[in-house]
Design a binder for this molecule. Structure first.
Ligand SMILES: NC(=O)C1=CN([C@@H]2O[C@H](COP(=O)(O)OP(=O)(O)OC[C@H]3O[C@@H](n4cnc5c(N)ncnc54)[C@H](O)[C@@H]3O)[C@@H](O)[C@H]2O)C=CC1
Ligand SMILES: O=C([O-])CC(=O)C(=O)O
Length: 329
């Protein structure tokens, strides 16, 4: 292997998503089967020992592409020279915690991490924020990394995208490979809008193929939007392997490109497209070419979809205003 290893940093490495994610990164699924990686694991001091345990297991896999593992509780060390930063570790909502408290607690994590990325990341750094509230955490990190191009900060709605593909495939009895152009719009939250009016099933508009507005409104949209809560209810813990899988899909496509005639959903800084205020990190349909994503342009948005996109974007505006009021951005 002659290629220089790519530095990949994972925060919250000792958590449940970290455990599902690290082995797949080390096996080559994040960047490609011919790309060596060096892992940087960032944890809080109390969880460093657990991260060391995971690193021992990574060693025990003898992955040919894994050129080394560093473990640290210092953000500056973790992000020095990083090309792919997966920001998974976040402060979960605990009992009695208000939304403002949650945003503030996460500000304490994503502000210094943004600063550390600004200080030391490689020129080609790509950042994916998984830790919730993902869109707004990404916004906080981005605002503290003024020297990094703003579009390098993204948040994850690929899990929602994949959930939407599976629900639609089941409903229509088609394989997921028969579906194209799925879009999640807005926030990674219950207000998100999974859009069947622009998706296609074997070349036909998905909403027409379904031909059941009641299912679309009362079943499909809430099932996708509230799937995270349903998983917690069933499993007693939030989605981990599926979240790790989505993170792999997000970064792989960002680096290697999207398929011809298809697109994926990524929460990216808005350029004002589709009436989403500039700068908000909102989910859009995107295509990727030569390692750069572009928001798909020129889609006609029907009235039903417009109202739902607007509602989710309004929630993002509220979150942005809340972190602004807290002095976090
Ligand atoms: N965007 C999405 O689609 C999804 C997002 N999530 C979110 O991902 C996050 C992680 O989920 P899990 O792995 O299940 O949680 P977890 O609680 O199992 O692990 C989180 C880890 O982050 C660490 N951590 C906390 N603060 C940190 C800091 N400042 N620096 C480094 N590490 C830190 C903790 O010590 C812990 O090991 C949660 O916020 C969850 O809500 C989960 C599923 C899907
Ligand atoms: O609510 C959570 O923590 C998990 C989550 O984001 C999801 O599964 O979509």
């Amino acid at each position: 292997m002659t290629r220089t290893p790519v530095n990949v940093t994972v925060t919250g490495a000792a958590g449940q998503i970290g455990y599902a994610l690290l082995f797949r990164i080390a096996s080559g699924q994040l960047l490609g089967a011919d790309v060596p990686v060096r892992l940087r694991l960032l944890e809080i001091p109390q969880a460093v020992k657990a991260a060391e345990g995971t690193a021992m297991e990574l060693d025990d896999c003898a992955f040919p592409l894994l050129s080394g593992i560093d473990i640290t509780d210092d953000a500056k060390t973790a992000f020095d020279g990083v090309s792919v930063a997966l920001l998974v570790g976040a402060r979960p909502r605990s009992k009695g915690m208000e939304r403002g408290d949650l945003l503030e607690a996460n500000g304490g994590i994503f502000k210094p991490q943004g600063e550390a990325i600004n200080a030391g990341a490689a020129d080609d750094v790509r950042v994916l924020v998984v830790g919730n509230p993902a869109n707004t955490n990404a916004l906080i990190a981005q605002r503290h990394a003024p020297d990094v191009p703003a579009e390098r900060f993204t948040a994850m709605t690929r899990l929602d995208h994949n959930r939407a593909l599976s629900q639609l495939a089941k409903k229509l009895g088609v394989p997921v490979t028969g579906i194209r152009k799925m879009t999640i719009w807005g926030n990674h939250s219950a207000t998100q809008y999974p859009d069947l009016f622009r998706a296609e099933v074997n070349g036909r508009v998905a909403a027409e193929a379904v031909n059941d507005q009641r299912w679309l409104e009362d079943d499909f949209i809430p099932t996708v939007a509230k799937r995270g809560a349903a998983i917690i209810e069933a499993r007693g813990a939030s989605s981990a392997a599926s979240a790790a899988n989505a993170a792999i899909d997000h970064v792989y496509d960002w680096v290697n490109g999207t398929a011809e005639g298809d697109w994926v959903s990524m929460a990216v800084p808005s350029d004002g497209s589709y009436g989403v205020p500039e700068g908000l990190i909102s989910s859009f349909p995107v295509t990727v070419e030569d390692g750069k994503y572009s928001i798909v342009q020129g889609l006609e948005i029907d009235e039903f979809s417009r109202a739902r996109i607007d509602a989710s974007v309004a929630e993002l505006v509220e979150e942005r205003d809340a972190v602004q009021a807290l002095g976090l951005i």
